[in-house]
Design a protein around this ligand. Structure first.
Ligand code: GLC
Ligand code: MG
Length: 425
């Protein structure tokens, strides 16, 4: 992938269900806080890796349900599939490694002899992963017997129990930990080993992530018994692994702070941007801040005062224009005027705005072309504009902030807004 050409300042390798994504948080607040932190402070020089037990099908489904960012690398099906970028280009080298000493047919043949095992959905059966459900009380015995059985058939497999119900059978060399080790080795060969790596998880299939050398680790506060037990038996004295006080993505942010891996202050935790001065600003921060203010304005949470409008106006060149997906064009100052009239029109409703994949390319020492996906959730409708903005630094080092010079938007296919009369930016 062409974006991975320099050593990442931070590589976050995170599980999804009950780690990055909190299924008990219907407002998705901790995820949105993490997103804002990542896009404003890390996207430009760090790597986001999702490592999930889900197959590509269930992973894509989750992305539709939750406001998730696009990771640089996706590790799927409990470390048996590695893909790169938004297009999810598979790593063929990894497939070849896993093909060694693996015979799926023997696994299905032997497991059919265990009535305690219930096969999971067809989508979750993958070339290098056979998955079942098994009752918690029977899991240990079944795992032992199954392992003996498969050994007798000459197969070296890995059996993993997660979430007190899922049993996965994989090639011995597979798993989330091995997949990460493979990536780290690749980066090392290319001379771009990340400066810091933080692994994040909550359940049994995440345990091996925590045994990879030289990584920091966070078990989120809501971690499963099986992971905590694994930790107590295998990694108790390791100061580089913590059990967070906070749930899910909030626990990841907590760990960034605990291990001093960079900023742990999400723009979503900043109440007033006019007052707040940030040390290391970058165009990504400006984009996050701009759209967060817009969300707060429509939700009726921002200060409805002339100062905040004046400050927003000051960050847009008077002649700056926006070209909407429809082709219509307005000045940004006109849009701010329209926005003023919409104060609080989304109050009490489900309304969220977030940006994904914010990437800036310098056009000169103080000018950037910034590309990002702008998402807007309103009620049950989710829409997205692929956006390009020209943003200039005020002053030579952006100490005075940024000026938006122009914006262009196109609907992301499948995420067009049905009635776009309230689309403002
Ligand atoms: C995900 C997968 C499932 C797997 C489980 C634990 O839920 O969909 O197949 O068993 O993770 O790894
Ligand atoms: Mg999980």
């Amino acid at each position: 992938m062409d974006r991975i050409t320099k050593a990442a300042r931070l590589m976050i390798v995170s599980d999804l269900d009950h780690t990055m994504v909190d299924h008990h948080d219907h407002e998705n607040m901790s995820l949105l806080r993490f997103n804002a932190l990542w896009e404003s402070n890390y996207r430009h020089d760090s790597l986001l890796v999702f490592s999930t037990g889900r197959s590509p099908i269930l992973y894509k489904q989750l992305r539709k349900e939750k406001p998730m960012l696009t990771p640089d690398i996706t590790i799927l099906s409990v470390g048996t599939e590695i893909t790169f970028g938004n297009s999810m280009l598979p790593d063929d080298g990894w497939v070849e490694i896993l093909n060694q000493k693996w015979d799926r047919n023997i696994v299905t043949e032997e497991t059919s002899k265990f009535p305690e095992l219930t096969l999971q959905a067809e989508t979750e059966q993958r070339p290098h992963k056979v998955s079942f459900y098994v009752d918690k009380t029977k899991a240990q015995v079944v795992m032992k017997d199954l392992s003996d059985c498969l050994k007798k058939r000459g197969l070296d497999v890995k059996i993993i129990y997660s979430g007190g119900m899922d049993l996965d059978i994989l090639p011995q060399g597979a798993g989330k930990g091995q997949a990460l080790a493979y990536l780290l080795k690749k980066f090392k060969t290319e001379g771009i080993l990340p400066v810091n790596t933080l692994v994040c998880g909550d359940s049994g299939n995440d345990a091996e992530l925590f045994s990879i050398p030289d990584v920091y680790g966070v078990m989120v506060s809501n971690a499963q018994e099986e992971l905590l037990l694994w930790h107590a038996e295998n990694a108790k004295g390791n100061p580089n692994i913590i059990h967070a006080k906070e749930r899910c993505a909030a626990g990841i942010i907590e760990a960034i702070g605990h291990f001093n891996l960079g900023s742990n202050s999400s723009p979503r935790d900043v109440a007033d941007f006019v007052e707040c001065k940030v040390d290391h600003v970058n165009p990504g921060y400006e984009v996050v801040k701009f759209y967060l203010f817009y969300e707060r304005w429509r939700r009726g949470e921002a200060d409805n005062c002339e100062t905040s409008i004046a400050s927003l106006k000051a960050s847009c060149d008077p002649s700056a224009t926006i070209v909407f997906p429809s082709g219509a064009e307005k000045t940004l100052h006109e849009c701010i005027h329209t926005m003023k009239e919409r104060y609080g029109d989304q109050k009490g409703k489900q309304f969220r705005v977030w940006v994904d994949s914010v990437l800036s390319t310098p056009i000169s020492s103080s000018k950037w072309l910034v590309k990002f996906d702008k998402w807007e959730l309103s009620g049950n409708e989710r829409c997205c504009c692929v956006t390009t903005a020209k943003i200039n630094a005020k002053g030579s080092d952006a100490s005075e902030g940024y000026t938006w010079m122009n914006v262009q938007q196109k609907w992301l296919e499948g995420y067009e807004m049905k009635d776009d009369s309230t689309w403002t930016f």
